[in-house]
Design a protein around this ligand. Structure first.
Ligand SMILES: [Mg+2]
Length: 288
C-alpha cells in the first residue's frame, strides 16, 4: 500500500475519454523556444513534477526560486496550483527548503489561499461557495455514489476511500488499472451531471465540474484584473489540463517529464515543451 501522505495529497486530474488513444496522438515531439516573458503578470505552476522533484539533487532548483523571487519583485504574481491540500504543500515546501513563497496557493485543485504577510488566508467568497457547491452536489449524487462504490469494489482491487474533498477517491494499483477505472468514473460523471473525475497518475477524486485548476486560475486573474494574454501556466499531469488552456493562459509550459497527453495538449496550442525536467524545465520558460 502507498504511504498515507501520498493517499492524502497526490490526487487530481482531467482526462481523455480514451487515455490509450490519446497517447497514440503524440507522434513527433520537438522542443520549441520559450518566448520572452514580456507581458506576463501572473504565473501559475503546478507543484509535484512541475517545480518539485523529490528525486532531484535540489527538489526545487535554487535558480528557479531566485528567478521567481526576481519576477515577484518586478510585480509578477505567482501561484502554486496543486492537487495537494494546503498543509501537505506547506510541509513539502519546508522539506524542499524553499526560500521563495507564492502569492497564492490553489489547493486540492479548487481552494484558493492568499499570502497576507503572515499566513495563507482563504480567498472568499470563492472557498465558501466552493464548499457549498460541492456539498450540494455530493448530497444530490449520494445514492448514485453508493451504487458506483459497490460496483467498483466488485470489479477492481484498487483502494477506494472517502475524504474531506470527495465521497469517492481512488488509488489504483497501476496506471493501466486507473485507465479502466477512469472510464467507469467518467461514465458515472456524465450520467449524474455536474461532476468531474480529476486524475493525477494513479490517483483520482471526484469534483464539481465548475471547480478546477483552470477556474481557480481564472478567479485569481479576475482578482488582479488580468487577461489570459498576461498569464503563464505550467503543469505536467492530467489534473493540469484544465489550466493548460489558452482560455485561461496564453503561455503554456510543460517540463520534459510531463506525460504525453499533457505535452500534446500544450503543443497543440502553441505552448512550450522544455528540455529540462520539472523545475529546471520551468526555469527555461521563465528565463526570457
Ligand atoms: Mg504534477
Amino acid at each position: 500500500m502507498l504511504p498515507a501522505r501520498k493517499l492524502r495529497t497526490r490526487t487530481g486530474g482531467k482526462f481523455f475519454p480514451n487515455p490509450a488513444q490519446a497517447r497514440l496522438r503524440v507522434v513527433h515531439m520537438h522542443h520549441s523556444k520559450p518566448e520572452p516573458l514580456g507581458r506576463v503578470r501572473l504565473i501559475s505552476t503546478d507543484f509535484d513534477g512541475t517545480i518539485h522533484d523529490e528525486g532531484a539533487p535540489e527538489a526545487v532548483p535554487a535558480a528557479l526560486q531566485r528567478r521567481l523571487a526576481e519576477l515577484q519583485q518586478g510585480g509578477v504574481v505567482w501561484a502554486i496550483n496543486t492537487g495537494r491540500d494546503l498543509c501537505s504543500l506547506l510541509e513539502a515546501m519546508v522539506q524542499a527548503e524553499m526560500f521563495v513563497r507564492p502569492d497564492y496557493v490553489v489547493a486540492v485543485e479548487r481552494e484558493i489561499y492568499r499570502w497576507d504577510g503572515e499566513g495563507f488566508r482563504p480567498v472568499e467568497p470563492w472557498n465558501q461557495q466552493c464548499r457549498e457547491d460541492h456539498a450540494a452536489l455530493y448530497q444530490r449524487t449520494a445514492p448514485g455514489f453508493r451504487v458506483l462504490h459497490k460496483q467498483l469494489r466488485g470489479r477492481f482491487d484498487a483502494h477506494f476511500y472517502q475524504d474531506d474533498w470527495s465521497p469517492l477517491a481512488v488509488v489504483a494499483r497501476s496506471n493501466l488499472q486507473m485507465d479502466e477505472i477512469q472510464l467507469v468514473l467518467e461514465d458515472f460523471c456524465r450520467t449524474e451531471g455536474g461532476l468531474s473525475a480529476v486524475r493525477n497518475d494513479v490517483y483520482t477524486r471526484l469534483s464539481h465540474h465548475g471547480y478546477s485548476k483552470g477556474t481557480a486560475l481564472r478567479e485569481i486573474a479576475r482578482l488582479h484584473d488580468l487577461t489570459p494574454a498576461e498569464i503563464l501556466a505550467a503543469g505536467d499531469h492530467f489534473n493540469d489540463l484544465p489550466m493548460l488552456d489558452r482560455q485561461h493562459a496564453a503561455r503554456l509550459v510543460s517540463p520534459s517529464n510531463a506525460i504525453a497527453e499533457v505535452k500534446a495538449h500544450v503543443q497543440q496550442q502553441g505552448g512550450f515543451i522544455a528540455q529540462g525536467r520539472s523545475g529546471l524545465g520551468i526555469l527555461e520558460a521563465l528565463s526570457g
